[in-house]
Design a protein around this ligand. Structure first.
Ligand code: ATP
Length: 352
């Protein structure tokens, strides 16, 4: 089922939680709502679900205005960060719950319920836990059961609010891959809220980046990562070095070095900042007349395939972080305190 939100605004007292948010979610798509704490992700999810009412704007489910529809009628499945499984019920009964409480006319027969629960337990690969109680499960197992329970009623939309937020890093990683595979199998339109960029970039078909109640950018993971639409998105989606300077007719002058800024051909001596990811910096040993920013190697940290270099600028403009392959690091044979030159392979300039 497709979902559309149109000009949704929501205030809590004087505080604007959502400001004219418009988005469309295609049927069968897995979208991540990504943004810092308090940016309005959960509020938007709750409005789509019908758990919260917007002040203005519309939610359309499969093209139909959902405002008249109660939560129960929206056929939405939820999974939240804090596993809300019923502690006194077995795993089996937790999953069966949504089916058992259906009105008699819609309730499946006992044998159909059993079959459904068994197939969901297979799907989440936890059939051997059917008779256990939630306190006997690990966090990751509880989240998988919570997902099975949400899926039992065959929702048309699945909404997940930081579903793996409370789990340790390794389990999170496993579960997000598993969620992706499950989604590919079921193709239920799904929206999940996260503040973890890595999780969003790895799992989602599309990412909606939010900041202070507004949508900053929408796009495929690679698109938003490679072409951030704003300084906020640049900073939020990974480490970035900033080079402050002046932009004049398509050139950024920063720290005595000129960088191409073709998007700003019309700029006339405007304040601008060049954004460069650590892995987009070329690093070389200093030689007289070398073209680039002169730095001192403060500290290198090489574990695994990548080496992280902490570099201090000669002009006191702060630290630069560069990431190069450990192989290249080995070839260069760099020592702490050595003078180096860095040059961006790729940079994006935003004029202030
Ligand atoms: P997080 O990642 O921390 O959960 P979020 O992006 O999901 O953040 P929301 O939960 O949507 O953020 O909250 C957005 C803002 O609205 C926050 O500043 C929050 O304090 C405020 N807010 C949310 N619900 C209420 C409420 N019921 N009453 C008052 N303020 C609220």
């Amino acid at each position: 089922m497709s979902i559309e939100v149109k000009n949704i605004s929501k205030r809590f007292g004087q505080f604007v939680a959502l400001d004219q948010v418009s988005l469309a979610f295609a049927s069968g798509e897995l979208t991540a709502l990504l943004g810092p704490s308090g940016c309005g992700k959960t509020t938007l999810l709750r409005i789509i679900a019908g758990l919260e009412a917007q002040d203005s704007g519309q939610v359309l489910l499969a093209g139909e205005d959902a405002s008249a529809r109660h939560v129960r009628e929206r056929q939405v499945g939820f999974v939240f960060q804090h596993y809300a499984l019923f502690k006194h019920m077995t795993v089996f009964e937790n999953i069966a719950f949504g089916l058992r409480v259906k009105p008699r006319s819609q309730r499946p027969s006992e044998s159909a319920i059993r079959e459904k629960v068994r197939s969901l337990l297979d799907l989440v690969q936890l059939d051997w836990l059917a008779d256990h109680y939630p306190p006997q499960l690990s966090g990751g197992q509880r989240q998988r059961i919570a997902l099975a329970r949400a899926l039992a009623v065959e929702p048309r939309v699945l909404l997940l609010d930081e579903p793996f937020g409370a789990l340790d890093a390794k389990v999170r990683k496993e579960l997000r891959r598993w969620l992706r595979r499950l989604h590919d199998e079921l193709q239920v339109t799904s929206i999940f809220v996260t503040h973890d960029q890595e999780e969003a970039l790895e799992v989602a078909d599309r990412i909606v980046l939010m900041n202070q109640g507004k949508v900053e950018q929408v796009g495929a993971p690679q698109q938003v990562y490679e072409h951030p639409a704003s300084p906020f998105v640049y900073g939020f989606l990974g480490n970035v070095n900033l080079f402050h300077g002046r932009v004049h007719r398509g050139v950024l002058e920063a720290g005595g070095v000129a960088f191409d800024a073709p998007n700003h051909a019309a700029a006339q001596d405007a304040a601008g900042i060049g954004y460069v990811r650590p892995h987009d910096l070329e690093v070389e040993r200093y030689a007289a007349g070398a073209d680039g920013i002169v730095v001192q190697l403060k500290r290198a940290h090489a574990i695994g395939p990548l080496a992280q270099l902490e570099l201090e600028r000669n002009d006191d403009a702060g630290l630069i972080e560069a990431v190069i392959s450990s192989e290249r690091f080995g070839q260069l044979n760099l020592k702490d305190g050595e003078t180096l030159v860095v040059r961006p392979r790729r940079l994006q300039v935003f004029v202030e």
